[in-house]
Each structure stands twice: as C-alpha cells, then as structure tokens.
Design a protein around this ligand. Structure first.
Ligand code: ADP
Ligand code: ARG
Length: 343
C-alpha cells in the first residue's frame, strides 16, 4: 500500500503544493483502465523535489482518474478550470506579425513546436516497448510521405553515432539524453529504442519521435520571421493530421504527458540578444510577466543563458489558441526590443 511521500521542507513543486493527504488518500489505489497508477504519475516529482511541476500523465484517462490532483495543477499553471473548454485556431491569417528586427540586431533564430500523441495508444510514461515501436513505425511512415519543403529523412537514435547526436543537440535540433525528470517519469525506458528525429535538408522542419511526447513537430530558422515559421508548422500539422489521429479532447485540447503542455502544446520562441535589458533583470522580468512569456537558457529548459542570449517563449498554452500563443510571443518580443532600444 503506497504511503504519503516524504517531501523536503523546501519543496516548491505544484505536486508538493497540491498533493494533500486527503487527495492522496482518495487517489492512492486508483488506476486508469490501462493500468497507470498515481505513484507512477507522481514519481518524477518525488525523485526530483526541485521540480517545478512534478507530475506526468501515462494516458489520456490519467487526467480524469487523477483529476483532483491534475485539475489543481492545471488550474494553477494555466488558470484553467475543470468546466472550461479549449479552443484551437491554426488560421495563420489571424496572426498580426510585423518584422520585429529588420536590421538583424537582436533575434538570432525563431522556433515553434507543438507536442502530439496518437489517440489509440498510451502516453510515453505508460507505453510499452512494442507500442512505442508501433508509434515510431506509424509516425515515420506518415513523415516519409511529406513533400516539397517538408520532405526529409527519418534518423533513428539507435545506430546514430555519438558525434552526430552531440552535434545535433549542440545545434539545437535534437533533444538531450538522460534528462532526470523524464527518467523518473518512465519516459527514458528502453532508451534509445523507438526514439529518433526526422528533418528536411534545411533542418527548418523537424519532428522528434518518442521523447516527452510521441511527436514534437518543430519549425525553425535563423532570424525573426515568425510568420513564415508559423506557416510552415501549420502546413505540417494539417498534412500530418490527414494520416495520423492525434489525441484531443474538447476540454483539454491536445493531450500531452506533462500538464504544462496541454491545449495547444505549443511553445513559440526566439533566441535573442538583449545586452542592456539583461543587465536590468527587474525590468526584463516585468515585461516578460506582463506578456505571459517565459525565459529559458541557450540550451532550452533547465539551461543557463550564454553570451547574453536568451530563449523567450509563450508561457500560456491551454485555454488560448495557437494564434494567441504566437501573438503573445510576437508582442512580448516587440516590447523587449523596444525596452532594449530605450536603454
Ligand atoms: P521544448 O522546446 O521542446 O520544450 P527545450 O526547451 O529543451 O524543449 O528546447 C529544445 C531545443 O530547442 C534546445 O536545444 C533549445 O535551445 C532549442 N531552441 C528553442 N528555441 C529555439 C530558438 N528560437 N532558436 C533555436 N533553437 C531553439
Ligand atoms: N517535470 C519537470 C518539472 O516539474 C518539467 C516540467 C515542465 N517541462 C516540461 N518539459 N514538461 O520541473
């Protein structure tokens, strides 16, 4: 019989905050119809008390079966209630985007990604090795049918040389290996079996297979042309939707293994140099908070800034549309550049 986890006093994760003894008591013996347990859902936050969130879903049903915990986390992260409905909008013409950096002074590159998972199978934390290989097969088959600027090759991680893998990670194209949060969530089981990356020749369209989500669909390029990056991504998503059935509910939008990614599952970011503003972190933080932005380091989540370069992205993903996510990033980056120029 599982007992209440022993969280350290300085634990600030949403798991520590919202897993009350009463909720634990209510949920501790529950399992989803596919067999995913509460202890599996919270293991990452127990093993890593410095988590910001600390919970993962093993399947779509986890969000219902463990809803007293997940709802509280979702409410705090997204400000989204159990009764709320998500809305998707991939209409690129609705985006109000201007060229934010006409002289190429600040923005080094732009990237927009979405997470997706196949409706018929469990999410990564609850998937079996055979099911994961089935995902890889279905997804790589669909990807190999893409044409024009989306045309590319699938490269399985198994058999890839360490040198090539490291270079792809350094160049910001590939996921890292050995993340301790994913490890404790059961997302690294049987690594590297079933994992891989698809990309076109220009590496402006990429798909990560079987990392934190079954698919991470990515559009990226040098410079600050947000509209072109969004357009390429939307084209890829709508084409892939014709052959793959993604997990989606009216309430939570696109279903992802981490509750922070629910809804649009979208992170739109720029790599940007703001030498003056980054000397005034108070102002930097005020502007990013006002525009619902998140600051990450040069190698993504849990990394530090280097050479004054920051990764700035939308923080909101659920209860806002895809267009609004990109608009948040666009408007916030415009405000950051305006502040930099004033200093
Ligand atoms: P995710 O975006 O999938 O949530 P990470 O934060 O770990 O995951 O970022 C994944 C990779 O994408 C990292 O190498 C990161 O540096 C890179 N990246 C993110 N945004 C940009 C960008 N605008 N330009 C170039 N690389 C980027
Ligand atoms: N589980 C990690 C934590 O709680 C990451 C949470 C958000 N990031 C993510 N990649 N899902 O800190």
């Amino acid at each position: 019989m599982p007992s209440f986890p022993n969280f350290p006093d300085n634990c600030n994760s949403l798991l520590c905050k919202h897993l009350t003894p009463a909720i634990f008591e209510k949920l501790r013996n529950r399992k989803t119809p596919r067999g995913f347990t509460l202890m599996q859902a919270i293991n990452s936050g127990i093993v890593n008390p410095d988590s910001s969130i600390g919970v993962y879903a093993g399947d779509k049903e986890s969000y219902e079966v463990f809803s007293p915990l997940f709802d509280a986390v979702i409410k705090e992260y997204h400000g989204f209630d159990h009764e709320d409905m998500h809305q998707s909008n991939l209409d690129i013409s609705a985006l109000q985007a201007t060229d934010l950096d006409p002289n190429n002074q600040y923005i080094l590159s732009t990237r927009i990604r979405v997470g997706r998972n196949l409706d018929a199978l469990p999410l990564g934390p609850g998937i079996s090795e055979l099911q994961r290989l089935d995902v890889e097969k279905q997804v790589s088959t669909a990807l190999m049918q893409l044409d024009d600027d989306l045309k590319g090759e699938y490269y399985p991680l198994e058999g890839m040389s360490k040198k090539v893998q490291e270079q792809l990670i350094q160049d910001h194209f590939l996921f890292k290996e050995g993340d301790r949060f994913l490890e404790a969530a059961g997302l690294n089981r049987e690594w590297p079996s079933g994992r891989g990356i698809f990309h076109n020749a220009a590496k402006s369209f990429l798909v990560w297979v079987n990392e934190e989500d079954q698919l991470r669909i990515i559009s990226m390029q040098q410079g600050g042309d947000i509209k072109t990056v969004f357009e390429r991504l939307v084209n890829a998503i709508t084409t892939l939707e014709k052959s793959l059935h993604f997990s989606y509910t009216e309430h939570l939008g696109y279903i992802t293994s981490c509750p922070t990614n629910l809804g649009t599952a979208m992170r739109a970011s720029v790599h940007i140099k703001l030498p003056k503003l980054s000397q005034n972190m108070e102002l930097f933080n005020t502007i990013t908070t006002e525009h619902h932005l998140q600051i990450r380091g040069i190698h993504g989540e849990h990394s530090e800034s280097e050479a004054g370069i920051f990764d700035i992205s939308n923080r909101r993903r659920l209860g806002v549309t895809e267009v609004e996510c990109v608009q948040d990033m666009h408007d916030g980056v415009a405000a950051l550049i305006a502040a930099e120029e004033k200093l």
